[in-house]
Design a protein around this ligand. Structure first.
Ligand code: DHB
Length: 392
């Protein structure tokens, strides 16, 4: 089989790229080793930058967000036992939308159905090769156990942080930049109403907590934990005791509680693979870079990669000039590094480590004060969180 663009990975990056290329009249085949149901049911982050929402809605990629998502005009930073509001709308005239990644996927998958797109879920043993020359090849076993081969003109690796496409690039030909963190997130869903009108990012000497939301009746929360933590050892009572301890403050803020379910531990790291183009292989989304979750940049970066990549592929198809693909890598990496900077700061500023010195604790509190006590500090955070409207 042949096609113009072979896309490995049917998550938001892969499916949005498919959609934008379809609109440009460019043929694609997309494969994913997960089933459609698995992708739809995996809990991921929930915040879309304003530019992501515009990209997804204005191109007709998704249509349910205005009815089923929630617009948020700010966040709270909680430390020293008090909430400090960061008013995105007032500061930088921008907002974000709470609309979980799995809903974005469901919408994109339905758009693909409507387009009659060729998206193959539940494949296995994917291998890629040939991208050094002009004839990339994708080999995989389909859901019925039949070994198959696709020969695209261009190969796109949108297959997430454990990318098999990235791993087909020898280490000596790429620069991997990464840092590990000595903590992870314990995430869970709660059947309860929201505890606040917007998200709360909280830190205390006992560690980080994020109070996020899903709907009027279901909430998503996280607390910093050890990467080796076992969710089965945490019953509801123990989780609420830990949350209360970390959120305690003189303002008397209390969580709205309810039955807890869908618990999981998410280890994380910061990672960038440079460049994002090797011959006829380009990487997009988590395959090329991963951010720690604090600040919810992962999905937004993936969507932005595709926003830059789709027109680069159009120009490449028209001209046959591989330099267009380098334009993509260089442009996308600008924002990737800005998001790395922001996610790193949000993570290190809001998490605690057992071996932190008193100096380190006081320095971190001063960093938080530099944000909340200054309109400029608040505006800088607001600009980054809502997505740097001035960046390409
Ligand atoms: C969510 C996750 C994040 O990492 C974040 O910064 C905000 C929200 C979420 O899952 O809702």
């Amino acid at each position: 089989e042949t096609t113009t663009v072979g896309i490995v990975g049917a998550g938001p990056a892969g499916l949005l790229l498919r959609h934008l290329l379809h609109r440009a009249g460019i043929a694609t085949i997309t494969i994913d080793n997960r089933t459609r149901q698995e992708i739809a049911e995996t809990q991921r982050a929930g915040i879309l930058e304003q530019g992501s929402v515009e990209l997804l809605t204005e191109t007709g990629a998704i249509s349910r967000i205005r009815d089923n998502g929630y617009e948020h005009g700010g966040i709270y930073l909680r430390f020293d036992g008090e909430n400090h509001h960061i008013d995105f709308t007032g500061l930088v005239n921008a907002s974000v939308w709470l609309y979980p990644q799995n809903e974005v996927f469901v919408d994109l998958a339905e758009t693909a159905d409507r387009d009659g797109a060729d998206v193959r879920y539940g494949v296995s043993d994917t291998e890629v090769d040939g991208w050094r020359g002009e004839h990339p090849v994708i080999r995989y076993t389909d859901a019925d156990g039949v070994r198959r081969e696709i020969r695209p003109d261009l190969l796109v690796g949108a297959d997430g942080s454990r990318s098999v496409t990235r791993r087909s690039i020898p280490h000596e030909e790429r620069s991997d930049h990464f840092i590990e963190y000595p903590f992870a997130w314990f995430g869970f869903l709660v059947d309860a109403p929201p505890s606040a009108d917007e998200l709360i990012y909280s830190t205390s000497e006992h560690g980080f907590v994020l109070i996020s939301q899903r709907t009027e009746t279901m909430q998503r929360m996280y607390f910093q934990c050890d990467p080796g933590e076992n969710p089965d050892e945490w019953d509801d009572e123990r989780i609420w005791a830990e949350m209360d301890r970390r959120l305690e403050g003189r303002d008397g803020f209390t969580l709205k509680k309810g039955p807890i379910h869908t618990k999981n531990v998410l280890p994380f790291r910061s990672f960038v693979c440079e460049p994002m183009r090797h011959g006829r292989l380009v990487l997009a989304g988590d395959a090329g870079h991963t951010v720690p979750p604090t600040g919810a940049k992962g999905l937004n970066l993936a969507l932005n990669d595709v926003r830059v990549l789709a027109p680069a592929i159009e120009r490449w198809v028209a001209s046959g000039d591989d330099a267009e693909l380098d334009v993509y890598s260089d442009a996308a990496l600008q924002r990737v590094w800005r998001a790395q900077r922001f996610s790193y700061q949000m993570t290190t500023m809001l998490h605690t480590t057992a071996d932190a010195t008193p100096f380190e604790r006081r320095r971190t509190l001063a960093e938080l004060r530099d944000i909340v006590d200054s309109r400029h500090g608040q505006a800088a955070l607001a600009e980054a969180y809502t997505g740097w409207p001035h960046l390409a």
